[in-house]
Design a protein around this ligand. Structure first.
Ligand code: GDP
Ligand code: MG
Length: 293
């Protein structure tokens, strides 16, 4: 039988459910998810293989207006995702305004990549609401295959999978069949720590934070991880550390629990907090963190 393989790239505005969808489709938590916009900063691949197919999903940061260099690099991940896609999964949700999409829709209309338009979060709609939303989208993107879904509840995800398989080109596999992602363990480690920061703090702190893994040492009994959390100002450092170190301790506990489950091993996690002014605009630093699309 023929073998199908290709790149299926997930794009859309912030917070519509891109990362939730990728994790559901791959069956693993590869992308961190929070209720805050711009949680995802990199392009993260999730690979799913079967006997006769290999789907390489990539989750991207949401489409945003760039305010600093980090943003520009996040946007470049999205442009890349447009260039190498065999299929585009364009996601919106039932609450989004249509005009939030116009620029990007014009852009993807020019490509001849097949587009699957997913209208997510249908669990939040009332009876009858959905039909008008779908017909509106049909007008905006007539060439797209439109599927209403709930990534969170898993509604209509088998239909999405079938459609992808149908549209996937014939190719040999690009990655070994047991590969799950292109990212190293260190990357997921820093992402888990970053997620806890997003979940525990409000306002500008999460957006001013980056996590760097300084040591990742695996011994037979224990995994030793040392990480530095970078913030932009002294005030943010105090918030992160908290009274008597309570806040950072909680971050450490939450991250460690998840890391132990992920690596199935006892983890020793050591966290430092450092101030690095304007790190979001420092090219070399961003590069060292893997922002080199
Ligand atoms: P991204 O920014 O596009 O990657 O969006 P996320 O996957 O991080 O999800 C953003 C928020 O929307 C999170 O709070 C998710 O739990 C929530 N969410 C995602 N999919 C659904 C869905 O199908 N229904 C509902 N009600 N919420 C969802
Ligand atoms: Mg995301």
């Amino acid at each position: 039988m023929e073998h199908k393989a290709g790149f299926v790239n997930i794009i859309g505005n912030p917070n519509v459910g891109k990362s939730t969808l990728m994790n559901q489709l791959v069956g693993e938590k590869l992308s961190i998810i929070t209720s805050k916009a711009q949680t995802t900063r990199h392009r993260i691949m999730g690979i799913m293989s079967g006997e006769n197919f290999q789907i390489i999903y990539s989750d991207t940061p949401g489409i945003i207006k760039p305010h600093y260099k980090l943003h520009e690099k996040m946007l470049r991940f999205i442009d890349r995702a447009l260039e190498d896609a065999d299929i585009l999964l364009y996601i919106t949700d039932v609450k989004e305004k249509y005009d939030k999409h116009q620029d990007y829709i014009n852009k993807i209309k020019k490509t001849d990549i097949p587009i699957i338009l997913l209208v997510n979060k249908i669990d939040l709609t009332r009876e009858g609401e959905l039909e008008s939303i779908l017909s509106q989208w049909k007008k905006m993107l007539p060439a797209a295959h439109i599927i209403p879904i709930s990534a969170l509840k898993g509604y209509y995800l088998p239909e999405v999978f079938d459609k992808i398989l149908e549209l996937l080109p014939e190719n040999p596999p690009y990655y070994p069949k047991d590969a799950l992602t292109d990212k190293p363990e260190r990357f997921f480690t820093s992402e888990i720590i970053r997620e806890k920061i997003f979940l525990n703090f409000e306002k500008e702190v999460p957006y001013s934070t980056e996590v760097q893994i300084d040591e990742f040492k695996d011994t037979d009994q224990i995994l030793n991880i040392r990480a530095t959390i970078y913030v932009m100002r002294d005030s943010q450092k105090s918030i992160l550390i908290g009274k008597k170190g309570e806040a950072i301790k909680n971050i450490g506990i939450q991250a460690r629990e998840e890391l132990e489950a992920l690596y199935e091993k006892q983890v020793f996690l050591d966290l430092y907090v450092k101030v690095y002014k304007e790190w979001r605009d420092k090219d070399g630093f961003l590069k060292s963190l893997g922002y080199n699309p």
